[in-house]
Design a protein around this ligand. Sequence first.
Ligand code: CP
Length: 309
Amino acid sequence: MNEFYQKDIFSIKDLPKEQLEKIFTFTDKIMQLDPSDRREICKGKTLGYLFFEPSTRTRLSFDAAMASIGGNSLGISDISSSSTQKGESLADTVKIMSIYSDVLVLRHTLDGSSRFAAEVSEKPVINAGSGTEEHPTQAIQDLFTIKKEKKKIDGLKIGIIGDLKYGRTVYSLLHGLGNYDVDVRLISPESLRIRSDSTYEIKKKLNFTESTSLDEHIDELDVLYVTRIQKERFPDEEEYLKVKGSYVVGLDLLKQMKDDCIILHPLPRIDEISPEIDNTKNAKYFEQAEYGKHTRAALLGLILNENGF
Ligand code: CP
């Protein structure tokens, strides 16, 4: 039996390197398949989504992924129009959604929400973002993007810049990168350094340095992963205003980078990458969003087919 069959996806930490590489192999397969063959993979299956926080890419890419492999999707993306407004619990909402679907995708404000959902769901649960904790399918797409665009992950120098305190994609990416031999440079304002409760675990698997200066690293990087300052997670707006606009990647900065350095961003972006970067050969964040559809299709195909596809 395929080891992903009916598997919950809570954290990138639950996926050893062999399993990540298997998802990448099946993503390549999905991308090469004839569309009519691809539509056989999850024919007749239903994805149910519950988004308690806003989303563009994650929800739409799951939706597009399911359609590309022949399945369909239903769900709630505007929680204010659901019966949670009448006081229905998360447990009951999840239970109901799991009755109507074959796999459930959950985004929620609370850390640990997907693990809780899996306790009541009759179907596998995929974490599509839980609080400031994790966003495992984003990390899968990020690692796949690096592998596709740089032809390898091992040996790369990777800068991760921006809001490292609240950005859940960063935590999932760091744990994912822990499976590879990489040199990671974390760059952030002092107040947005990676949370100290996570560094102990990450340090066991990953070499990284911390700095407030991008200039120190910019000419050495193979990958620059930019993140948004997460305004909505600051307890105090004054604190947000102090760090707003701390780093902006523009053409001046691009001139200092290695010619083949790629720029990634989980998106949405606010002002941390100038639009003038978009048409350069270094900008790969829209390709990254496209790979997200294919990696999610591969994951769904593996979760929903006992013998893979
Ligand atoms: N990268 C990401 O999670 O984007 P959305 O918030 O639009 O889903």
